[in-house]
Design a protein around this ligand. Structure first.
Ligand SMILES: [Cu+2]
Length: 118
């Protein structure tokens, strides 16, 4: 449980960092930093490839690549539209477990969200 809390605090700190960083850049897409943890998509890679969150956490994927990608759960429990550069997809994980996902345009791109009970 303390690891989850630490992860939450780290994500919050990272979010504040991102907010401070993007504040100077007045692009509309960067104007609103997501509240929860983020997974960045860049150079055909989900980063971090695996993320651990508490039940109830909303994870936001941000496509920072210059080509389109998607975020699709292995079990199809979530599925984004095609995300162009700087577009985002968010999903709230309400059940514990390990949720693998991939990019349907480039199926070799895979990641995982590990959801821990609170
Ligand atoms: Cu892709």
């Amino acid at each position: 449980m303390s690891n989850v809390l630490k992860a939450g605090a780290l994500a919050l700190a990272m979010g504040l960092c991102a907010l401070a960083t993007t504040a100077a850049v007045s692009t509309p897409a960067a104007a609103q930093a997501p509240a929860g943890p983020t997974v960045k998509i860049d150079n055909f890679v989900f980063g971090p490839a695996a993320i651990t969150v508490a039940v109830g956490t909303t994870v936001t994927w941000i496509n920072q690549d210059d080509i389109p990608h998607t975020v699709v759960a292995d079990d199809k429990s979530f599925k984004s539209k095609v995300l162009d550069t700087d577009e985002r997809f968010s999903f709230t994980f309400t059940k514990p477990g390990e949720f693998g996902y991939f990019c349907s345009l480039h199926p070799h791109m895979v990641g995982k969200v590990i959801v821990k009970a609170g």
